[in-house]
Design a protein around this ligand. Sequence first.
Ligand SMILES: C[S@@+](CC[C@H](N)C(=O)[O-])C[C@H]1O[C@@H](n2cnc3c(N)ncnc32)[C@H](O)[C@@H]1O
Length: 244
Amino acid sequence: MNEWYKEDLAYIHDVGHSDYALKSAPGILEILAQNNIRAGLVVDLGCGSGLSASALTNAQYQVLGVDISESLIAIARTRVPNAEFRVESLFKFDIPFCNAVISIGECLNYLFDSDNGCQTLGQLFKRIYNALAPSGMFIFDIAEPGQVIEGNRIKSFAEGEDWIVLVEKEEDQEKSILSRRIITLRKVEEYYRRDDEVHYLQLYKATDIIEELRQIGFHVRRMSSYGQYKLPNAHTAFVAWKSI
Ligand SMILES: C[S@@+](CC[C@H](N)C(=O)[O-])C[C@H]1O[C@@H](n2cnc3c(N)ncnc32)[C@H](O)[C@@H]1O
C-alpha cells in the first residue's frame, strides 16, 4: 500500500492537483440532491486526500473513503476528522449498504492493484449495485483511450512554492494502457528531495463501460462535465442508478 502516491506525491497531489475534486464537487452534490439523496452514507472509492469527502460531509452526508495510498489517507483523516477512511484496494473493499458510491478522478483506471482489469471492473460494478439502496447512485469517471497521440511521448511539468513535478506520458494504443512516469522534487529544509513513481492506467471506452453497467441492471447517463466543471480531454463521467 506504500508504493503509490507516497508521501511527496501525495502532498503534491493534494496541494497542486486539487482542482478536479474541488470543481467537480458542486456538480456531484447537485446530482445527489436532484435524485433525492440528501443524507446517509456515501462511499468514496479512491478518495485521495479527502477533498470530495470534505464537500460531502459539509453537505451533511456520512462518508466512508477508501484509498490504496497510506499517505493520502493520512491527509484525508486530518482534513475530514468526521469521516471514516480505510487504506485498502477499492477492488477488494467490502462495500457496505449505502445511498451512493462515488469515484472521482479516474481511480478505476489505475493498475496499482495487480487484480485490476476488465473482469475485476465488472465484478466491482456488481458489488456496487448490490451494496446500493434502492434508487441509490453510482457517480464516477474514467480515462479513455486517446490521452496521448499515437507515437508521441508528452513531457510536462508543474510547480508550486515548495515542489516541482515532472511527468512523462506514453500510451500503448494496442493494449490501451497509459503510462505516467512521475518525478517529484519537494523542498525539505534547504534541499529538494527527489522521488519517482510510475503509474499504469488501463484506458476504457465509455461505450463498453455503459454496456457493462446496463447488463448489471443500472440505468446510465454519460456526461462530459460534473455541473460546470468540464472534464479533461478523453475523460467521461457516468451517473448510474439502481431503479427498483
Ligand atoms: C487521480 S487520484 C484522485 C483522488 C481523489 N478522488 C481526488 O479526486 O482528489 C486517483 C486515486 O485513486 C487511488 N487508487 C488507484 N487505484 C486504487 C485502488 N486499487 N484502490 C484504492 N485506491 C486506488 C489513488 O491512490 C489515488 O488517490
